[in-house]
Design a protein around this ligand. Structure first.
Ligand code: ATP
Ligand code: ATP
Ligand code: MG
Ligand code: MG
Ligand code: MG
Ligand code: MG
Ligand code: MG
Length: 258
C-alpha cells in the first residue's frame, strides 16, 4: 500500500520490545473462574476434567508456538516459558502476550466438548495475561517453584475446606474458622484424623500441578523382518506432574534450559 499522509500515526504505537537474552514468561489466568467453575458445576475442590482441558490447551499452544520450552499450570492459570533466544514477533511484548492468550482461549472453547461431552458450556470464558521477564536460570526456576508452592498451599487448604463442607456438613464460614491460623502440619493431621486421608497419596495432578515440555520418549519406529521392535529416543511434548521445586528436575532434563 502506498504511503498516505495519515501514516505518521504509526509512530504513536507503544514500543514494547523485551530485553534480549532473557526468559519470557507469559502467565494467563481465567477471568472470574470462581463463577465460571460454579456455573459449569466443576467438582470441588478439583475438577479433574477441567484440569485435563487446561492441560490439553497448553499442549496445543506449546506445539504451535515452538519457542515455548516449558509450561506449568494449576487451577485456572498457565505459565508459558519462551526460550531466551526467542525472536518470536521480534520480542514485542504485546504481540507475544496477546497471541498466547487468544490462542489458549480459542483452544479452551474449541476443546470444551472433548472434555465435557455431557455439558454445554455456560458463560463465555476469557483469560487475562501478563509478561514476566526473568534474567537468570535461577530466577526462572524460582519463578516456577513459586507457582508450585502456591499450588501446594492452595490445594491443601481447599482439600480441607471442601472436606469439612461436603463431608462434615460445616458451613463455608465454619470451615474457614476451623482452618484459620493452621499450619501445613495441622492440615495434614486434620485430613488424616477426621477423613482418613493421607495428603501425599492424593493425585499428583492436584498436589503438584502440571508441567508441559518436550521429553525424551522411547518410541518404536519400525519392526525388523523378524518382528523385533526398533526403538529410538524422540522428543515429544508430555504432560507430567513432577516436582520443579527440587533441583533434580532440572538436572534430569538439562536440554530444557539449554
Ligand atoms: P480472577 O479473574 O481475579 O482471576 P478468579 O475467580 O478466576 O478471579 P482465581 O484466584 O484465579 O480467581 O481462582 C480461580 C478459581 O477457579 C478457583 O478458586 C476455583 O474456585 C476455580 N477453579 C479453577 N479451576 C478449577 C478446577 N479444576 N476445579 C474446581 N475449581 C476450579
Ligand atoms: P500477521 O500475523 O502478520 O497479521 P496475516 O497473514 O494475518 O499476518 P494481515 O496483514 O493481518 O496478515 O492480513 C490478513 C490477511 O487475511 C489478508 O491479507 C487476507 O489475505 C486475509 N483476510 C482477512 N480477512 C479476510 C476476509 N474477510 N476475506 C478474505 N481474506 C481475508
Ligand atoms: Mg491485518
Ligand atoms: Mg487472580
Ligand atoms: Mg482466575
Ligand atoms: Mg487463578
Ligand atoms: Mg493478521
Amino acid at each position: 500500500m502506498a504511503n498516505s499522509k495519515y501514516e505518521y500515526v504509526k509512530s504513536f504505537e507503544v514500543v514494547d520490545k523485551i530485553l534480549p537474552n532473557t526468559w519470557i514468561v507469559v502467565r494467563i489466568d481465567g477471568r472470574n473462574f470462581h463463577r465460571f467453575s460454579d456455573e459449569n458445576e466443576f467438582d470441588k475442590p478439583n475438577d479433574v476434567q477441567a484440569l485435563n482441558l487446561m492441560n490439553s490447551c497448553a499442549v496445543a499452544v506449546v506445539e504451535e508456538f515452538t519457542d515455548i520450552i516449558f509450561s506449568y499450570g494449576v487451577s485456572d492459570e498457565y505459565s508459558f516459558v519462551f526460550k531466551r533466544t526467542s525472536q518470536f514477533y521480534e520480542r514485542r511484548n504485546s504481540k507475544i502476550l496477546s497471541t498466547t492468550v487468544s490462542l489458549f482461549t480459542a483452544y479452551y472453547v474449541k476443546k470444551w466438548k472433548e472434555f465435557f461431552p455431557q455439558k454445554d458450556m455456560r458463560l463465555t470464558p476469557s483469560f487475562d495475561g501478563r509478561v514476566v521477564i526473568l534474567p537468570s536460570n535461577v530466577n526462572l526456576s524460582h519463578y516456577l517453584a513459586w507457582r508450585q508452592v502456591d499450588c501446594h498451599v492452595n490445594n491443601q487448604y481447599n482439600t480441607c475446606f471442601w472436606m469439612l463442607v461436603l463431608n462434615k456438613g460445616k458451613t463455608k464460614k465454619e470451615a474457614q474458622d476451623i482452618l484459620k491460623g493452621t499450619e501445613t502440619q495441622d492440615k495434614n493431621e486434620l485430613l488424616f484424623q477426621q477423613f482418613d486421608i493421607n495428603y501425599s497419596n492424593l493425585p499428583a495432578i492436584f498436589r503438584k500441578g502440571s508441567c508441559v515440555f518436550k521429553d525424551k520418549v522411547e518410541e518404536i519406529v519400525k519392526h525388523t523382518e523378524s518382528g523385533d521392535p526398533v526403538k529410538r529416543l524422540r522428543k515429544k511434548v508430555v504432560v507430567s506432574h513432577c516436582d520443579v521445586i527440587e533441583d533434580r528436575f532440572w538436572k534430569d532434563h538439562p536440554w530444557i534450559l539449554d
